[in-house]
Design a protein around this ligand. Structure first.
Ligand code: NDP
Length: 398
């Protein structure tokens, strides 16, 4: 019996709400709140067609006072934050004030600087611990499931993991010349910053998208994959002992990169405000207004995502490599919950993370990353709730 407050009614929020409603014995009462109430109401109406009712509300999650008033009114046990990374700290503050557990899928980002780091949220650890509350960070797919794959490899497959390569492939086609699969602002900030990986105790930096490999993904074949910095590298370096190297790769089509290059060259991907006809505008925010809403891509999306981790290391004195991955089909996600696979692969793990917390399978006081808990119940739930995974030996090199 638990009451859950979901904040954010975008592509991911819609999947979280629908998946929570599929698990009625855990999520007995659900509220979906966001900045634009009409979006919450539209999702609630779809859910009602399947026989479940959820409450909806309007909230500006940049404002702690509004969040506190909403939490006092609804009385949630847990708040799932799937708004934007800018709201993480205000929502954590409200959770502390109201005695509510917290979960998100993306690290806090200051609006005026792209950082992708956990420092601000890790700084809340003592306050959550003292309040007897739990905050679970990054319960999406990457970060999220990829961290759980690492914990699983450490528990079941290796005595020591030496290297991890996280590989995120979207081989889908939405039919638009250029669109992003989740919030364009966050997505473009992530891709246009310098690449970075960790090796032998040091962070090594490259220019944006400078390093590329072609990786042969199961079910979709070889794809160009570019090295990016991604936030889970920071927590995994801390929590996987003996690690020598960790990198993150993501696929982009030539068409996507061509558009991004031109937009970058003309200054449209910048987060520095510019003056335009007496108004100050942030070019990237304006670009977001022009691009398709990620949730709207779902209806015509075809193809698959393949996201997973390649490990090398030692088992009983022998060198070994393994690959753990999930394949998710855009059109099947649409049939099930009206979403594309990028929203689905984020929303399902958010629901599962919440379920782990509410059923007591994952408990702790303070602020935690996913790899700090027993991976087994989470891995079982992935198979049960729509994201089945495969473990296989790996024979190639990256
Ligand atoms: P969308 O932009 O589609 O949705 C964001 C939602 O948050 C919108 O409904 C928006 O409201 C709402 N929102 C924004 N600001 C506020 C505010 N101040 N107060 C209340 N609500 C607000 O994004 P996505 O659904 O694609 O992504 C959601 C989150 O998931 C992001 O943080 C993203 O980084 C993360 N993510 C994580 C992944 C992972 O694997 N870990 C992968 C993909 C995404 P409005 O409709 O009014 O704009």
């Amino acid at each position: 019996m638990a009451r859950v407050l979901i904040i954010g009614a975008g592509g991911v929020g819609s999947v979280v709400a629908r998946k929570c409603c599929q698990v009625e014995d855990v999520f007995t009462d659900v509220m979906l709140a966001s900045r634009t109430p009409a979006k919450c109401e539209a999702i609630a109406a779809e859910i009602e067609k399947n026989g479940r009712r959820i409450e909806t509300a309007r909230v500006d999650a940049d404002r702690v006072d509004e969040l506190v008033a909403l939490m006092r009114d609804f009385g949630p046990d847990l708040c799932i934050n799937v708004a934007l990374p800018y709201q993480d700290l205000t929502i954590m503050d409200a959770c502390l004030e109201c005695g509510v557990d917290y979960l998100d899928t993306a690290n806090y980002e200051p609006p005026d600087e792209a950082r992708f780091e956990y420092s601000w949220q890790w700084a809340y650890h003592d306050r959550f611990r003292e309040a007897g509350l739990m905050a679970l960070l990054g319960s999406g797919f990457d970060p999220g499931v990829t961290n759980v794959f690492c914990a699983y490899a450490q528990k079941h497959l290796f005595d020591r993991i030496r290297t991890i390569d996280i590989l995120d492939c979207n081989a889908g086609d939405h039919g638009h010349p250029f669109a992003t699969n989740f919030n364009p602002e966050i997505n473009i900030r992530e891709i246009t910053r310098n690449g970075r990986w960790w090796e032998k105790g040091e962070w090594i930096e490259t220019g944006p998208l400078e390093k590329m490999v072609e990786f042969d993904y199961p079910e979709v074949g070889p794809r160009k994959s570019y090295l990016l910095y991604h936030e889970e590298l920071e927590s995994l370096v801390k929590h996987i002992p003996g690690l020598e190297r960790i990198r993150f790769w993501m696929t982009f089509s030539d068409q996507y990169l061509k558009h991004l290059e031109v937009l970058g060259n003309v200054g449209m991907t910048s987060i520095e405000p510019v003056e335009f006809e007496g108004c100050e505008i942030v070019p990237l925010k304006f670009l977001k207004a022009l691009l398709p809403d990620p949730a709207s891509l779902a209806a015509n999306y075809r193809g698959k995502t393949v996201i997973g981790c390649v490990f090398s290391g030692e088992r009983e004195g022998r060198e070994k490599k393994a690959y753990i991955y999930n394949v998710c089909d855009h059109a099947e996600c649409f049939r099930e919950v009206g979403a594309q696979a990028v929203s689905y692969t984020t929303g399902v793990p958010a629901m599962i993370g919440a379920m782990m917390m509410l059923t007591g399978k994952w408990r702790g006081e303070g602020v935690f990353n996913m790899e700090q808990f027993d991976p087994d119940p989470f891995m079982d739930a992935l198979n049960r709730y729509g994201l089945p995974w495969t473990v296989t030996d790996f024979h190639g090199s990256i």
